[in-house]
Each structure stands twice: as C-alpha cells, then as structure tokens.
Write a protein that binds this ligand. Structure first.
Ligand SMILES: [Ca+2]
Length: 383
C-alpha cells in the first residue's frame, strides 16, 4: 500500500476503532407518553439519544399505566403511548430504533411471563429477547418506569438473561443506607411484583434510588439520583428541532409531530412555580452517564461535561475529572414480600449483585453540576 493510502486508511480506521471500543449496547424501557405523564421521561430519552456510544438495540414503551389495553380503552389513552417523541428523536438524530409497547397489565406472580396479556403487546417482549439472543456483546438494560417488561422477559428465559445481560439500571424504588425501607415509590407501584422480581434474577443491578420522600423543596438525599433543573436553560441549549421536541411535549400539542420540529423559534411554556423556582426534577442523567462509561469533567468555572475518558483526554481536560457520584455494593434481601427490602450498604462484598447509586457531595453541588451536564447534553443532541 502506498504511504498516502495507508495514511488515509489509518485516519478513517482509528475513529471507527475508538467508536467500536465505546459502543454500549442498550435496551431501554421508559414510560414515555404524549401528552406526558411527567415530562422528565422526555428529558431522559433525549439523553439516551444524545450519547452516540449507546447502541440502542430497542426501546420498550413501558405501559405501566395500562393505557393501551385494547379497543375497550378510551381512544384518548390509546394514542398516548410515546411514539411521537420517540419518532421525533429519531428524526433529530438520524437514528432508526426498533420499539414497541410493553405489557399493559401487572404481573400476577413472581414467575408470570405475561403470556396471557394482549397479543399486540407480546411482540415487544419477543423483540427484546431476540435482540439479546442475537447480541455478541452483553447488553445493558435500563428502565425508568415499571419493571414489568424486563421481569416478564427474564421469566421467559432466565438463562439468556444471565448470559447476555451486562446489568440492569433500575430507576425505581428507594434506597436507605442501612435497615428497611418501604420501597413503594411511583415506579414500584406500577408493578410491585415485577420490581421485587428483579432482585431474584441474579443479574447485576445498578439500583438508582428515586427519593426517600416526595418533596419538591427537598432533594432526595445522598442515595437519590434526582436534581432540580431550570428547564428553559436546558431546552434553549439545544438546536431548534431539539427545542421544538421539548415544546411539543410541554404544550401537549396535537399537531403532526414531525413537521412540528421544523417550526420557527417559539415560546417555551412557563414551568411550574414550586418553591419560588420554576422547573422540574430529573432523575436519570447520572445513571446514563455511568451506563455509557462517561465521566464528568470541569471545563469552565461552572461548565461541566459528561465525556468518554478518551474524549476528555483529547480536549485536554482529563485531569479536571469531578467525582460527583459512584455506585457502592449493597447487601439487599427481601424483608416483607412486595413491601420492603432490607438494605445494608456498609460491609457488602465488592462483587455483590446490587450496587446502589451514591453521591457523597452536597445537594447543591450535585444539582448545579448535573444541571450543567444536562445542558451540555441537550446541546450535543443531534449534533
Ligand atoms: Ca419514567
């Protein structure tokens, strides 16, 4: 090969190798609706699509609320499942992703495979299983709604899960440092049997706690992933189609969802005024950063980016890494069936099945850094 050609081959090959190295196969389950139940799922799904290293094998539109059960359900609910926002994100990023609606009814027992549920909802579970079977690499599973579809899929083929699932990121339930916590948060309530089943799978779990108690004023403490955002800032950081994606959600628009992305700049609806500070809570940004293998780096005084270590190196900010959160091993065992788990974070073996999200920084530091990270991810979306 002549030197010119060799040089060209290297230039083309090296970025491909770097990308191949950082590809993270992922199956994502989200209770994304339009109009939204809570727009936080729109922010989370945007983050999934913003991180190019995620090789999105398929998306389960978790139907924890059972809003697409069949013809007997009111039409207004049947249309609510999150197809419009998902297709908008595919348009924005030029990525085509397989997706389908999850099971609409709660599991009836720990080993329930959901086979008696409506035929139109079976395809999603089968899609997930066939993606796992076909994958040469282990696949990350990530959920931020009910645990139903992952639990039902596990029940259909436990051995496949043990062989092919790298870990489950479970954004449901509540973690305390030691003792017993009533685990019932919103996502657990959607399907309690499914949530408790995940802890019996033997599959590694990154358990991302929601919060010990619902309070808009108080962040959830050191085991909770949530943080408060000023959403206008995050939305405006995105390109015009990204801004329109969020505005379509926040206005519960009934216009055709894809042409809406091409609109001129428009007003962002005023967010809720809570504690004198309009905005909302977001939960999954930090778990996504971890699942992607990124870390957080300081680029300016108040400018923080989630980057792959190689990218931080390239940008010359590798030594400005910020250790904002981690996952710590935990002993977790059932306490009261379908009600609580006993948790012990101190003294668990390093290879424990469960690792819990932990942020050893103040609420204020975590909030400010994560808001900046999310703002920069919004800017990255579709670029
Ligand atoms: Ca959710």
């Amino acid at each position: 090969m002549n030197p010119k050609r060799l040089f060209l081959a290297c230039v083309l090959l090296i970025p491909m190798l770097v990308l191949a190295e950082t590809r993270v196969p992922i199956i994502y389950s989200t209770d994304l609706y339009h109009p939204p139940s809570d727009p936080d799922d729109h922010f989370d799904t945007a983050v999934l699509f913003a991180m190019k290293e995620f090789d999105i094998r398929c998306v389960i539109l978790d139907n924890g609320l059972g809003r697409q059960v069949g013809p007997e359900v009111k039409a207004e609910f049947r249309h609510r499942i999150g197809r419009p926002p998902l297709e908008q994100l595919m348009r924005i990023t030029g990525r085509q992703v397989k997706y389908g609606p999850g099971l609409p009814q709660k599991l009836s027992s720990a080993t329930d495979q959901g086979l008696q549920q409506p035929p139109e909802n079976q395809a999603s579970i089968e899609m997930m299983l066939s993606e796992l079977r076909a994958s040469e690499q282990k696949v990350t599973l990530f959920l931020n709604g009910s645990c139903r579809d992952f639990a039902a899929a596990f029940n259909r083929d436990p051995e496949l899960f043990r062989q092919k699932v790298k870990a489950i990121y479970c954004n449901a339930g509540i973690v305390v440092e030691k003792g017993v916590a009533a685990q019932i948060d919103y996502n657990v309530e959607l399907d309690p049997i499914a949530f408790f089943r995940l802890f019996e799978t033997g599959v590694p779990i990154y358990w991302c706690s929601t919060r010990p108690k619902m309070s808009e004023r108080a962040p959830g403490g050191p085991y909770s992933t949530n943080f408060w955002i000023h959403e206008q800032r995050i939305i405006r950081a995105g390109s015009l189609p990204v801004q329109n994606y969020f505005i379509y959600c926040l206005t519960a628009s009934k216009e055709p969802h894809l042409p809406f992305l091409d609109k001129e700049q428009q007003k962002i609806p005023t967010p809720r005024g809570i504690a004198g500070d309009g905005g909302r809570f977001i939960w999954c940004t930090a778990p996504f950063v971890h699942a992607a293998g990124r870390s957080i780096y300081r680029k300016g005084i108040a400018d923080f980016h989630a980057l792959q270590p190689a990218e931080a190196e390239r940008q010359g900010i590798a030594d400005a890494k910020v250790d904002l959160f981690t996952f710590v091993p935990a002993n977790v065992k059932p306490k009261e069936p379908l009600k609580s788990l006993e948790i012990d974070v101190k003294g668990a073996a390093a290879d424990s099945q469960v690792k819990v999200f932990h942020r050893p920084v103040t609420d204020t530091d975590y909030r400010s850094v994560m808001e900046s990270v999310l703002t920069n991810l919004s800017a990255e979306l579709g670029k």
